[in-house]
Design a protein around this ligand. Structure first.
Ligand SMILES: Nc1ncnc2c1ncn2[C@@H]1O[C@H](COP(=O)(O)OP(=O)(O)OP(=O)(O)O)[C@@H](O)[C@H]1O
Ligand SMILES: [Mg+2]
Length: 252
């Protein structure tokens, strides 16, 4: 298996709390991995450290062949590792299509900025619009392209966030409880869409979701955490049948 992300013996403490205790995990390229674990087990902290929101206290993080541990968020995103956040508030007034356009990664570089030709700028805008149309179909919001984002449902808003990440050139997406606050039927629909996106684009996913009955059937691999440590990994059936995982959920 080829890994797009390797987290190697990473630790993070907050005062006396050891949120991550020498955590090692390897995320296979092109697949969907689910991260589970009881409240306070360190799942969100892991994503925060990997995405550069917190600096790790120790260990290494390798993404797509290069070390990213300790880099600021924008540099990590530029390399194609994106954590989805809520759409920033000013953007909710923009349409769905405009939200995609504003997330476009130009990859212009110095030569572009210095280019005196208007033609180059126009070509770039055309490419952005083309890409936005493709992404719009992928996230299945084409029928809502001219609607302001604030009119979207919770699940549609999550898909728009994914769309913005794809526009920015993401190779891997990390989503912390994307279906939180969404009813079970729509949560299934959301996970189904994410699975379809994964299969069509090859983008790697790392997802956190509490409701195993909702998420498990859509993912390829599972990591389970408890008290800041990885306690199991493997295919869904393997992890679920692990005694330590069951006990951690029972408060053991
Ligand atoms: N910014 C912070 N400052 C202090 N302690 C923190 C901070 N962030 C997390 N923690 C602590 O680190 C531990 C792990 O928290 P984390 O949020 O990563 O757990 P989680 O697995 O995401 O839980 P949940 O399922 O409830 O979202 C907890 O004890 C938490 O209180
Ligand atoms: Mg959390």
């Amino acid at each position: 298996m080829e890994y797009i992300l390797e987290v190697l013996e990473v630790s993070k403490r907050f005062g006396g709390v050891v949120a991550l205790n020498s955590v090692t995990l390897r995320i296979p390229r092109g697949l969907m991995t689910l991260l589970i674990g009881p409240n306070g087990s360190g799942k969100t902290t892991l994503i925060n450290v990997v995405s550069g929101i917190y600096r790790p206290d120790g260990g290494r993080i390798v993404f797509d062949g290069s070390e990213i541990g300790g880099l600021p968020t924008h540099q990590i995103e530029r390399r194609g590792l994106v954590r989805t956040f809520q759409i920033p508030q000013p953007f909710t007034r923009l349409t769905v299509f405009e939200n995609l356009l504003t997330a476009y990664e130009h990859n212009r570089g110095e030569s572009f900025a210095a280019a005196p030709l208007k033609r180059v700028w126009l070509e770039d805008e055309e490419r952005a619009a083309e890409k936005a149309s493709t992404v719009l179909r992928l996230i299945r919001l084409d029928h809502l392209w001219d609607q302001p984002a604030y009119k979207l449902s919770g699940g549609q808003m999550k898909l728009l966030e994914v769309g913005r990440a794809l526009m920015s050139g993401a190779k891997m997406l990390m989503m912390d409880e994307p279906a939180a606050g969404i009813n079970p039927a729509l949560a299934h629909e959301l996970f189904n869409h994410l699975r379809e996106l994964n299969e069509k684009t090859g983008v790697t996913f790392l997802l956190i979701e509490h409701r195993l009955d909702i998420a498990l059937q859509y993912v390829d691999r599972v990591y389970a955490m408890h008290l800041g440590r990885v306690i199991a990994e493997g295919r869904a059936e393997e992890v679920l049948s692990s005694t330590v995982v069951v006990e951690s959920y029972l408060g053991g």
